[in-house]
Design a binder for this molecule. Structure first.
Ligand code: NAD
Length: 249
């Protein structure tokens, strides 16, 4: 497929996990892809890295403008950079709440704000935000992270409403537990990571984790004209966790 031929995409968190899988997929389908990441080292050939912290407004503006200047346009934004936080509502102090929200929520708004002037010139403008089933699942010991992803879902709907008449479609994906370096780092903290991985697999409806490529496929669908009538939607990529109304493990 070359449905992204001639289009330019910016993928935040594009150097690892879901973001990297998305950058690779969009590239293979003809897009010119910029990976905006804290650490854009080691990207495959054909993907251009921009070192940027999405919690810093000046860095985001410079990177987004830099993508548009270098490639002449910006059509697709994949707002994917995110970080985790563990614990109940009392586990993190104000500084930590604001640090995580600044990356997971304000970071997405910030990237969108600086991208909008370019997206308005695109005939195929799309924004895809990476949400999570944590937005509505009532995950234990994930108060801050869940709140941040709930805000991503609400932001997606609000942006979709505000910009649909400008020809900019906004949607989000909600991965379940996806097999990325993020989850690898969590498993490594277990006494027996291999056993913990098996147990985590067993708790999924499908008996296995979601792959980064499966999330990337959903993102690419929502970013492409193939989903041209899809606006303000959340697409769960969670092995059935949401559709079957199950509680995440
Ligand atoms: P990952 O840790 O493998 O990759 C995240 C990338 O984001 C890294 O390259 C990192 O450098 C970058 N990043 C982090 N903070 C950044 C910042 N401030 N500015 C710029 N880049 C930054 O994680 P992943 O599992 O691929 O997660 C990607 C997204 O998917 C996140 O938004 C996460 O919340 C969401 N998600 C992941 C899962 C999962 O199970 N892996 C489930 C649901 C949602």
């Amino acid at each position: 497929m070359s449905d992204f031929a001639g289009l330019v995409a910016a993928v935040t968190g594009g150097a690892s996990g879901i973001g990297l899988a998305t950058a690779n997929l969009l590239t293979s389908r003809g897009a010119t892809v910029a990976a905006l990441d804290l650490d854009p080292g080691g990207l495959p050939d054909g993907i251009t890295g921009f070192a940027v912290d999405v919690s810093d407004d000046a860095q985001v503006k410079s990177a987004v403008d830099g993508v548009a200047e270098r490639f002449g346009r910006l059509d697709v934004v994949v707002n994917n950079a995110g970080i985790g936080a563990v614990g109940d509502v009392a586990a993190n102090d104000d500084d930590e709440w604001l640090r995580v929200l600044n990356v997971n929520v304000v970071g997405m708004a910030r990237v969108a704000r600086h991208a909008l002037p370019y997206l308005r010139h695109s005939p195929a403008a799309a924004v895809v935000n990476t949400c999570s089933i944590a937005a509505w699942a009532g995950l234990p010991q994930r108060a801050l992270y869940s709140a941040s992803k709930g805000a991503v879902y609400a932001l997606t709907l609000a942006m979709a409403a505000d910009h649909v008449r400008e020809g900019i479609r906004v949607n989000c994906v909600a991965p379940g537990t996806a097999d990325t370096p993020w989850v690898g780092r969590l498993l490594d903290q277990a006494a027996d990571p291999a056993a913990e991985r098996l147990a985590l697999n067993a708790r999924q409806p499908t008996g296995r984790l979601v792959s980064a490529d499966e999330v990337a496929n959903a993102i690419a669908y929502l970013a492409s004209p193939l989903s041209g009538a899809t606006v303000g939607t959340v697409l769960a990529v969670d092995g059935g966790m949401h559709g079957l109304r199950l509680r995440p493990p």
